[in-house]
Design a protein around this ligand. Structure first.
Ligand code: ZN
Length: 452
């Protein structure tokens, strides 16, 4: 298959009149300055697909259902109560239907791989399913149906709070023990084998949900794959951690866990200067979810200083309140602007484009966090390609990095024209090719769940 692009973002920068040859799901060759060959499909601007490193796909079904003011102070913890009620009745079929909708929307937004932080394990009454991977299989089937690259991150969750507190009733569908978790990870490895480019990591949920002994017991199960953990998302979580052990969550992790390049610390919102510098030095990735963090009122990650210190970042859609790769990068910059009352903060130097700086940083950080192979539009890499529509009102007459600024700050998901994942054309004219059937099943699922 040959694809021709007016412009393309290659590893060494932008090029014009680029012909990409794809074979067996991989990029075989990239040629620049080539006239469009007869028969080759022509598109606007090609950029590599990026990784969505943090998703809870089932939460797509409750997007917008927690936006009514409650009797007292609303925050992450009151949102979580709504989430617990929503997941109360989900069947494996519901999880598959909602996940497929979320994954199709991710591809339409320009994400070609998702790290699914999968923590729904048990039946509605909290009893384990007969098959340990019942709900993991629902996620895998959604990835298979939509074509998105899946890095499945089975979650270990055992407690309600620091110090091994007993779980709450609303957490009964998450709870596991190290033996059962080992079975789940083994199951996940065989389940993703049927996917093109499927991967597995592990996810100790948070220091609230996992004791130090349990963390030590499960870490070997990563077997070289990625380790993801929620950390320091909430000020109350930092206070509880201090009360438990005298250290802050990121401080504790850096001192007591082998945090390195294979780790992704999700959120890491509340950091001291020493924690921020330590995280940057560790080589781990900060998995930032700016739209969800804004929606939940979490706080603002110190992105500028962390990037200056060599820190690595990636983005995730987390609660899936909105699914928009460009929108996440925009929200990341806008939070800094509002806090600093200043503009163009996340471009490293004068003359640098903010959109391009954020896109490049999250392309590299996302691939690292999900342990992907060679990245970018180059021979040998997986053919994960996003074509942006240069006829979109926000992209007309743009060249080079201005295309990324137009996409990130204005066009958003509407500017995505086509998406290939492992060489397969999953999105054409902005629509996932199975959108009709996936959306119909999703609508029927939500009608039943929300009418009850
Ligand atoms: Zn999360």
């Amino acid at each position: 298959m040959q694809l021709w692009f007016e412009q393309a973002l290659l590893p060494d920068g932008w090029a014009a009149d680029v012909l990409v040859t794809v074979d067996g799901g991989r990029i075989e060759a990239v040629a620049r300055g080539v006239a469009r060959p007869r028969g080759a499909a022509a598109y606007g601007a090609a950029v590599p697909g990026i990784c969505n490193v943090h998703s809870h796909a089932f939460q797509r079904g409750m997007a917008g259902l927690a936006e009514t003011r409650g009797p007292a102070h609303d925050d992450f913890w009151t949102w979580r109560e709504v989430m617990y009620r929503f997941l109360d009745r989900l069947t494996p079929q519901d999880v598959a239907a909602i996940s497929a909708q979320a994954f199709a929307e991710m591809l339409e937004a320009g994400f070609t791989r998702v790290g699914e932080f999968h923590y729904l394990h048990n039946d509605v009454d909290g009893r384990p399913y007969a098959a340990v991977g019942e709900l993991a299989d629902a996620v895998v089937s959604a990835a298979s149906e939509t074509g998105i690259g899946l890095t499945l991150l089975p979650v270990f969750y055992a407690h309600a709070d620091f110090g091994g507190a007993a779980p709450k009733p609303g957490q009964r569908r998450f709870i596991s023990d190290p033996d059962r978790f080992a079975q789940l990870v083994a199951h996940a490895r065989s389940a993703v084998r049927g996917l093109d480019g499927g991967g597995v990591g592990i996810a100790p949920h948070s220091l609230r949900a996992v004791t130090p002994d349990e963390l030590a017991a499960i870490l070997p199960l990563a077997a070289g794959g990625p380790v993801h953990i929620h950390v320091a998302e909430q000020a109350r979580e930092v206070e509880a951690c201090l009360a438990w052990c005298g250290a802050r969550p990121v401080e504790w992790l850096l001192a007591n866990a082998p945090v390195a390049a294979d780790w992704c610390l999700v959120h890491a919102t509340h950091l001291t200067d020493a924690e921020r510098m330590g995280l940057a030095r560790s080589g781990a990735v900060a998995g930032l979810c700016p739209i969800t963090e804004a929606n939940l009122g979490d706080g603002i990650f110190p992105t500028r200083r962390y990037l200056d210190e060599g820190g690595r970042i990636a983005i995730g859609t987390d609660s899936n309140i909105q699914i928009d790769a460009a929108g996440e990068l925009r929200a990341l910059e806008y939070a800094q602007r509002l806090a600093a009352r200043s503009r163009n903060l996340l471009a490293p130097a004068q003359g640098d484009s903010v959109g391009a700086a954020l896109f490049r940083a999250t392309l590299a950080g996302g691939a690292q966090a999900l342990a992907e192979g060679p990245q970018g539009l180059q021979a040998g890499a997986s053919a994960d390609i996003v074509a942006l529509d240069l006829g979109h009102p926000s992209l007309i007459e743009r060249r080079g990095d201005a295309i990324l600024d137009g996409w990130v700050f204005s066009g958003g998901r509407d500017a995505v024209e086509a998406v290939w994942r492992a060489g397969e054309p999953w999105v054409e004219n902005g629509r996932h090719r199975r959108r009709g059937e996936i959306a119909a099943r999703y609508r029927a699922t939500l009608r039943r769940l929300l009418a009850a």
